[in-house]
Design a protein around this ligand. Structure first.
Ligand code: BES
Ligand code: ZN
Ligand code: ZN
Length: 505
């Protein structure tokens, strides 16, 4: 399905469906609505006047022009955005997803959508938001279902601009929207796949294939190389599984690393988390095929960053392993040694993500990065604290925190700042090693995990995003279907874009 921009009048296009957006006050999209309303003999105004369609967020109405808009237009779909004061990129993403899903359900083939003529979003931002909302909203995961997929009739989506300048801006917005969506869709696909298919090697292959497509440098370290690097924390988690671990390295602008600032993105890649000998109860294990969602977000973000050609040297690191039970598996009370020499007493084999991240954060130092951001489905505690509304953000750098919060607002992938109090570090003091991987208590679990990670970064700019509550099955979200959300990919890519802009000032 192609998404194009055009400057023809909305009513001149040979399409079967018009998709119009409305806010409750009419503002941003008033011009397109007025023109269609005129051709439809005031039909839209009447729907609004009668209270049948008031443009609440999520509201939809379908009208049949019966020839009044030329011979090709069979239907007009109205999609509500909500209050004009709440109108922003996220509101538009959601309305676009709702509208296009209805068009698909009605078997539309060609859809034309008007860009806003006024308001806070220009044609570029609006086009990007619409494309993201539509691409992400139309995604469905069919997994390994045999039989034919339900047919999708949609062939073309045309964003209608009012003049050539607008059209050009919309074109740029479409390209950006496609780049952002491509990252999220890849992250979703990986996180939806079951652990018997999406192994560390599968993730590595997918990342390497993607890298070849978009021009990233890719390297995958195997067990022996990890041994040579003394990544004892990652290897301890991996040792219980027959499935070999991988350490995936993706690099954007590798050849310009001396000229550009470096940002390292690190994602937890636990392809399945049984809990190990600190075994999860059976209910708690469901969903754990998605415990590599942080890694998937990093791979997705790297795809977007390459497609946008962000002017930074960006390194994506994904330590990937299974957390299993076997005669070789690590145990509670084992003491292991991370690649920086720090010894770690294992309290819970279920606190495995921070062990993978520890070795990856140590590895990140070799790039002398201006910023390091890790993302992980790290703790159940962050889900208790924030639910499905936001990921927890832990940072020791104010500027980095602000940029991530702004990127979260812009993308609709929200983060919420949380503290790393000194008490949390105290809670993981060990009698027998430099630190331990869990306090053994339930209090402030997400903050304690962040305090653990902090031991593996220098005082450089570092932030940790605990996305356990955002990994999937978000309730009632217009552009996030059931299953993996792909959360984090757009957040990190937008973060990189903003970080690049801030270092260019
Ligand atoms: N992968 C889990 C965290 C998780 C829980 C992600 C629910 C998504 C949904 C992580 O490895 C884990 O098991 N964390 C433990 C840590 C504890 C043992 C210190 C937890 O949160 O219970
Ligand atoms: Zn775990
Ligand atoms: Zn885990």
């Amino acid at each position: 399905m192609d998404i194009l921009a055009s400057e023809s009048a909305l009513t001149d296009l040979q399409v079967d469906t018009l998709l119009l957006f409305l806010t409750q006050q009419g503002g941003a999209f008033a011009a397109s609505v007025d023109s269609v309303n005129g051709a439809l003999n005031d039909h839209i105004a009447e729907l609004v006047r009668e209270g049948d369609f008031v443009a609440k967020a999520g509201q939809l109405a379908v009208m049949y022009p019966r020839g009044a808009l030329g011979s090709s237009v069979k239907r007009v779909i109205l999609a509500g955005i909500g209050e004009e004061s709440d109108y922003n990129a996220e509101a538009l993403r959601r309305a676009a997803a709702n509208g296009i899903k209805r068009a698909r359900d009605l078997k539309s083939q060609q859809v034309a959508l008007a860009l806003p003529s006024q308001g806070s979003l220009g044609p570029r931002e609006a086009a990007q938001a619409m494309v993201e909302g539509m691409r992400l909203g139309l995604y469905t995961y069919r997994g390994q279902k045999t039989g034919d997929a339900p047919s999708n009739s949609l062939q073309s989506l045309t964003l209608v601009a009012s003049d050539p300048v607008q059209r050009e801006q919309a074109q740029a917005g479409i390209a950006a929207g496609e780049a952002f969506a491509a990252g999220t869709l890849l992250a979703r696909e990986l996180a939806n796949l079951p652990a018997n298919i999406c192994t560390p090697e599968y993730m590595a292959r997918t990342a390497t294939d993607m890298a070849a497509e978009v021009g990233l440098r890719a390297e995958v370290l195997g067990r022996q190389q990890m041994q040579a690097l003394r990544m004892g924390a990652l290897l301890a988690v991996a040792q219980g599984s027959e499935t070999p671990p991988c350490f995936i390295i993706l690099e954007h602008n590798a050849d310009r690393r001396d000229a550009l600032p470096t940002v390292v993105l690190v994602g937890k890649g636990v392809t399945f988390d049984t809990g190990g000998y600190s075994l999860k109860p059976k209910e708690g294990m469901i969903g754990m095929k998605g415990d590599m969602s942080g890694g998937a977000a990093v791979i997705g973000a790297m795809r977007t960053i390459a497609l946008l050609d962000v002017p930074l040297h960006v390194v994506g690191l994904v330590p990937a392993a299974d957390n299993m039970v076997s005669g070789k598996a690590y145990r509670p009370q084992d003491v292991i040694t991370a690649s920086n020499g720090t010894t770690i007493e294992i309290i819970s084999t279920d606190a495995e993500g921070r062990l993978l991240l520890a070795d990856a954060l140590v590895y990140a130092k070799r790039y002398q990065p201006a910023a390091v951001v890790d993302i992980a489905t790290l703790t159940g505690a962050v889900v208790v604290a924030l639910g499905n509304a936001a990921a927890g953000l832990f940072s020791i750098d104010d500027a980095l925190r602000d940029t991530l919060i702004a990127a979260g607002e812009a993308t609709g992938e929200r983060v919420w700042s949380m503290p790393i109090f000194p008490e949390y570090r105290k809670a993981i003091e060990s009698q027998t090693a430099d630190t331990k991987n869990s306090s053994g208590a339930r209090q402030a679990g997400a903050g304690v995990a962040a305090a653990f990670l902090r031991q593996f970064v220098d005082d450089s700019a570092w932030a940790h995003v605990d996305m356990a509550g955002m990994m999937g099955n978000l309730p009632d979200h217009p552009y996030v279907p059931q299953g993996a959300s792909g959360y984090g990919s757009r957040l990190l890519a937008e973060f990189a874009r903003r970080f690049a802009a801030s270092t260019q000032d």
